[in-house]
Design a protein around this ligand. Structure first.
Ligand SMILES: *Cc1c(COP(=O)(O)O)cnc(C)c1O
Length: 393
């Protein structure tokens, strides 16, 4: 059966490493650092890239290959590599393709460590950046310089949940001959496929919704064959590879991504509506709420609204902290994309390293609360949030 005719759910389940002589139904874990050669000639041919096959797990391993094949089918990309973490994916996707003198245009709201890479690490090697604003697409065009080699964006952004029109951005990148690199962590391949709109690279933290159960760290870089070829060369020799164990876990996680995301989104949407109707709530933001300033765009490029909701209670930061302290079931942790619903206060935790004005510029008000909506029953999630709102007055 041809893969082209299969749906997302089927590809996520039926893309499997070849069965071994043991006729296992579920793909086993290949915990081996190296692979043997049949003879001297096969060893020579493998090292000369004349035949496909595994040599050493830093280069490839059956579990990693299965994960990548599956992610490529789900994202609609030609090739990819799995990395030890989401940050290894972000850094490798930049370091492998850029050199001294090159310039990146990035969305101002990026994951904290991505901000550190752009502002503290890449400049050591003469790679500079300019930030642009997701809600002002023209600022991306204005930021492009003669040596701009990459546009890097997160959409929806963390935690402001701002979007950018990927179709428009894809056309801009093509017109100006710039690599478009999209961190698709918040949407997952189930909700949004940036490559369909012209992204040359799609980067992921697999730690979040892809694992979805808060167990392992991982990342992936997916995209055009010729770019991945350069990235693979860089990764093979610098070593940010994913462990086979994590690849094995994550490939099995993908089997349930579609059903999990359906429930994450249904719960998040319901929570956003309940917050919208609550007297104590100053504002609530969710891409699939008609009150979101980019609701139409969200509907155009995302299948559903995602599992993240942000809101602010009347009473600002003091109220936000009292709300957090009154939660009984929700977890207080900085992670997201878990079966367990998580509440985070970005201004004092994940985004505390930013200056106040930098937070304001990316929509993080002092009282903003970010909820990663899990898979518990929505009535139980709401009961805990409602009582914490009531007790935080
Ligand atoms: C968590 C996250 C990352 C970093 O991923 P790790 O797996 O923690 O290294 C990058 N981008 C986004 C949007 C994230 O949420």
């Amino acid at each position: 059966m041809e893969n082209q005719n299969r749906h997302f759910e089927t590809l996520a389940i039926r893309t499997q490493a070849e069965q071994s002589d043991f006729r296992e139904h579920s793909v086993p874990l290949y915990l081996t650092s190296s692979f043997t050669f049949e003879d001297a000639e096969q060893a020579r041919a493998l090292f000369a890239d004349e035949i496909p096959g595994n040599i050493y797990t830093r280069f490839s391993n059956p579990n990693n290959t299965e994960l990548i094949e599956k992610l490529c089918l789900l994202e609609g990309t030609e090739d990819g590599i799995a990395t030890a973490s989401g940050m290894a994916a972000m850094f490798t996707s930049m370091a492998a393709l850029l050199r001294a003198g090159d310039h990146i245009v990035a969305s101002r709201s990026v994951f904290g460590s991505t901000h550190q890479i752009l502002t503290q690490i890449l400049p050591r090697w003469g790679i500079t950046h300019t930030y642009a604003d997701l809600d002002r697409p023209e600022s991306f065009e204005a930021a492009i310089q003669p040596h701009t080699k990459m546009i890097f964006v997160e959409t929806p952004s963390n935690p402001a949940l701002d979007l950018i029109d990927l179709e428009w951005l894809g056309k801009l990148a093509d017109k100006r001959n710039i690599i478009l690199n999209v961190d698709n962590c918040f949407a997952t391949p189930y909700l949004q496929n940036p490559a369909r709109y012209g992204a040359h690279l799609v980067t992921h933290s697999a730690t979040k919704f892809i694992d979805g159960q808060g167990r392992v760290i991982g990342g992936a870089i997916l995209g055009k064959k010729e770019l991945i070829k350069e990235i693979r060369f860089f990764a093979r020799h610098t070593g940010p590879s994913m462990s086979p164990f994590n690849a094995w876990v994550l490939s099995k996680s993908l089997e349930t991504l579609a059903v999990r995301m359906e429930r994450h989104c249904a719960n998040a949407h319901a929570l956003a509506e309940k917050l919208l109707g609550n007297q104590e709530v100053e504002w609530v933001k969710y891409p699939f709420l008609p009150t979101h300033p980019q609701y139409e765009l969200a509907k155009k490029q995302m299948r559903m609204g995602g599992g993240m909701v942000t809101f602010e209670l009347k009473g600002g930061i003091k109220r936000a902290r009292r709300f957090m302290d009154n939660l009984q079931m929700l977890s207080l942790t900085s992670n997201l994309g878990d079966t367990r619903t998580i509440a985070t206060h970005p201004a004092t935790t994940t985004h505390s390293k930013l200056k106040e004005e930098e937070r304001t510029a990316v929509g993080i008000t002092p009282g903003l609360i970010r909820v990663s909506v899990g898979l518990e029953h929505i009535d139980d999630i709401w009961r805990d949030i409602a009582q914490a709102i009531a007790h935080s007055v």
